[in-house]
Design a protein around this ligand. Structure first.
Ligand code: TEU
Length: 532
C-alpha cells in the first residue's frame, strides 16, 4: 500500500465540488453563477480545502444542467461570461485555491452547431459522421438499431424525420459523439488548450469511460436475456479472491479510450503547475478504474467504491484494501468521495436524522485520514440531507424520462444566512430554482459558524488537523483488528478508529486529535476518532 511519485498538489488535495447553479447567486435570478462563486471563495479558503471543481458553466440549453454543452469555449449567460470565468480563476489563485473545470466529451447538446448541421445534412454525410447515426431495425426502420438503454431510462436511440436514429446514452438532447472520427478528438484538444490557456488547474472528465463504443454497436447481452453472462472476472478484495459477475457493457469502458487520455496527458504536460485530469468513470472493478490512471494517462479517477458501500466496517475495509491493491501496480494515488451531485447525500444514505449525520461525519473523518485526495460535495459541510423535491420543481432528465424522482434532491441551493429562503443564496427575496426547506434556517453557514458543536466547525477543524499530517504521515495504511464492527487503521503516527457497531468499543492508547462526536475513554457507536 504505497505510492512514491513526486508530490504534485492534487495527490493530497481536498477538493470541494461546486454545483454551479446551486452554490451562490449574485444577480437574484434564483440560479447560482460564476460571480456568486467568486464572492464566496474566501469561505472555501477558510473551510480549508485546497481546490474547487466547478460543474459545467458553458453555453447550454440546460436540459441536464450544463452537461449538455452547446459551446465548449463560452460561458452560458445564466452563469456569467468569459470575463467572469477569468475573474474567478484570478481570485481563486490569489487565495491559493486551485480550480478544476468540468469537460463533457462523451456527448454534446443537440443545440451544438455540429448536431444542428448533422440534422440538416443527409444520411451518410460528414456532418452525421461526427455522431452515431444508424438506420433503424424492423421493416421500415421503426425499431432502434440496437437494444441499448439510456442511463436516464428508455431507449438510447431517437429517430429523426428522415428515418435515421442517433445514439444518446443519456438524454435525447445529449447526442453521443463518434470518437472514431478524428475531428472529434481534434475539437476537444482545442477545448483543453482554450481553458488551459485561461489558467485552469485541471479537468474533471465527465463519463470518461464512455467515449468509445464497441465498433459494431452490437446488442448488449442482458441478464434477463439469459443468453450469456460475462463471468469469471476476479479481483483481490479484502485479501481474498472473489468471483465477480460483470455486466456486458459494449457501450462503456472500451480500450480505445485510453489513447485519448494519453494524448491529453501530453497536452497538459506542456503547461506549468501540475495541471491534472480526474476521470469520472463508473467502471465495474477497481482494476478497470486503475487503467485510467496509468502513469501516462490521467492523474486521478473518482473512486466510487466507498460511496457505493453499505454502513459496514467490513465493507469499508474491503474498499480500502481493494483500492490500494488496484492502484499500487500503476503507482497512482487514491481518491475518496462520499457524495456528489448524482447520488443521494451520505447523511441520508446512512439513515438520515441524528444517526445519519453522526455516521456521515464519522465516515468523512475516516476518509479524510486516508492517503490521497478527497472530494467533498457542497452542503455536506453543513450536514444537509437529501431533500424531497416536489414534482413541479424537478428538473432531472431522468425524472422526465422515467418518472423516478431523480437527482434534484441533492442539488437544492446552499443556505448561507437569514431567517427565510433564499437564506442568502441570492440577494433579496427572489426564490431559488428549487425551494429550500424551512428548517435550513438553523443549518446555514451563518448559524453554524463559531458553534463548536456544528457540522461546519467539525469540517473546518478536521481539515485543519488533516493539514498537520496529510503530507508527512506517509502513504502506508495498516489495517488493525479491533473487532468485527470496527474499522481501524494506522497511517504513520495517526491511528483511525471507526465504530460501525451498536455498542461502545475500547480505544487504543493515544491522544485524541479529532473526533466526529463525543468520546470519553471509549468510542461510541457511529463515531470515528483520530488518535496521535
Ligand atoms: O454522470 C455520468 C453517469 O454515468 C451518471 O449518470 C451516473 O451513472 C449516475 O448518475 C449514477 O447515479 C455524469 C454527470 O455527473 C451527470 O450529472 C450527468 O447527468 C451525466 O454525466 C451526463 O453528462
Amino acid at each position: 500500500m504505497s505510492f512514491n511519485d513526486p508530490i504534485e498538489w492534487w495527490r493530497h488535495a481536498v477538493t470541494y465540488q461546486v454545483y454551479v447553479r446551486s452554490f451562490a447567486d449574485s444577480d437574484g435570478d434564483g440560479i447560482g453563477d460564476l460571480p456568486g462563486i467568486t464572492a464566496r471563495l474566501p469561505y472555501l479558503r477558510d473551510l480549508g480545502v485546497d481546490a474547487l471543481w466547478i460543474t459545467p458553466f458553458y453555453t447550454s440549453p440546460q436540459h441536464d444542467h450544463g452537461y449538455d454543452v452547446a459551446d465548449y469555449c463560452d460561458v452560458d449567460p445564466l452563469f456569467g461570461d468569459l470575463a467572469a470565468a477569468d475573474a474567478l480563476l484570478e481570485r481563486a489563485h490569489e487565495l491559493g485555491l486551485k480550480v478544476i473545470v468540468d469537460l463533457v466529451p462523451n456527448h454534446t447538446s443537440d443545440q451544438h452547431e455540429w448536431f444542428r448541421a448533422a440534422l440538416e445534412a443527409a444520411p451518410g454525410s460528414p456532418e452525421r459522421e461526427r455522431y452515431l447515426f444508424r438506420a433503424g431495425r424492423g421493416v421500415d426502420g421503426e425499431l432502434p438499431p440496437n437494444n441499448w438503454n439510456s442511463v436516464f431510462g428508455g431507449p438510447a436511440w431517437t429517430r429523426v424525420p428522415d428515418g435515421e436514429c442517433y445514439l444518446h446514452l443519456f438524454d435525447s438532447t445529449q447526442p453521443d459523439l463518434n470518437w472514431r472520427n478524428p475531428e472529434v478528438g481534434e475539437m476537444f484538444e482545442d477545448v483543453l488548450t482554450f481553458w488551459l490557456d485561461r489558467g485552469v488547474d485541471g479537468f474533471r472528465v465527465d463519463v470518461a469511460h464512455g467515449l468509445f463504443k464497441v465498433e459494431s454497436l452490437r446488442d448488449q447481452v442482458r441478464d434477463e436475456d439469459e443468453e450469456r453472462r460475462v463471468s469469471g472476472a476476479s479481483s483481490t478484495t479484502g485479501g481474498s479472491m472473489v468471483e465477480r459477475t460483470l455486466r456486458d457493457d459494449p457501450m462503456w469502458d472500451q480500450p480505445e479510450v485510453h489513447d485519448v487520455y494519453r494524448r491529453w496527458h501530453e497536452i497538459l504536460d506542456k503547461y506549468d503547475g501540475d495541471r491534472m485530469l480526474v476521470a469520472e468513470a463508473w467502471t465495474q472493478t477497481p482494476e478497470s478504474m486503475a487503467r485510467f490512471v496509468r502513469p501516462d494517462e490521467m492523474s486521478q479517477s473518482f473512486n466510487f467504491s466507498w460511496l457505493l458501500a453499505d454502513w459496514s466496517a467490513e465493507e469499508f475495509a474491503e474498499v480500502i484494501t481493494g483500492t490500494f491493491a488496484a492502484l499500487d501496480p500503476v503507482g497512482a494515488t487514491p481518491t475518496w468521495v462520499l457524495s456528489n451531485h448524482d447520488v443521494v447525500r451520505h447523511t441520508t444514505r446512512y439513515g438520515g436524522g441524528a444517526q445519519g449525520l453522526a455516521r456521515a461525519k464519522a465516515a468523512t473523518l475516516t476518509m479524510l485520514a486516508l492517503p490521497g485526495s478527497s472530494y467533498l460535495y457542497q452542503g455536506e459541510e453543513l450536514g444537509l440531507e437529501q431533500v424531497e423535491v416536489e414534482p413541479e420543481f424537478r428538473q432531472d432528465p431522468a425524472w422526465f424520462r422515467t418518472g423516478a424522482p431523480g437527482r434534484d434532491g441533492c442539488r437544492v441551493p446552499v443556505p448561507w444566512s437569514g431567517d427565510a429562503a433564499p437564506f442568502g443564496f441570492g440577494p433579496g427575496t427572489g426564490q431559488p430554482w428549487i425551494p429550500q426547506p424551512a428548517e435550513w434556517a438553523g443549518l446555514h453557514v451563518e448559524a453554524q459558524t463559531a458553534d463548536p458543536e456544528s457540522t461546519l466547525e467539525f469540517y473546518r477543524s478536521a481539515l485543519a488537523v488533516r493539514r498537520t499530517f496529510a503530507l508527512t504521515a506517509g502513504d502506508d495504511v495498516e489495517l488493525l483488528d479491533l473487532g468485527p464492527d470496527v474499522l481501524a487503521f494506522r497511517r504513520g503516527p495517526v491511528t483511525v478508529v471507526l465504530n460501525c457497531g451498536t455498542t461502545p468499543v475500547g480505544l487504543p492508547d493515544g491522544e485524541v486529535l479529532m473526533a466526529s462526536g463525543p468520546v470519553d475513554g471509549t468510542l461510541p457507536a457511529d463515531t470515528a476518532v483520530w488518535l496521535g
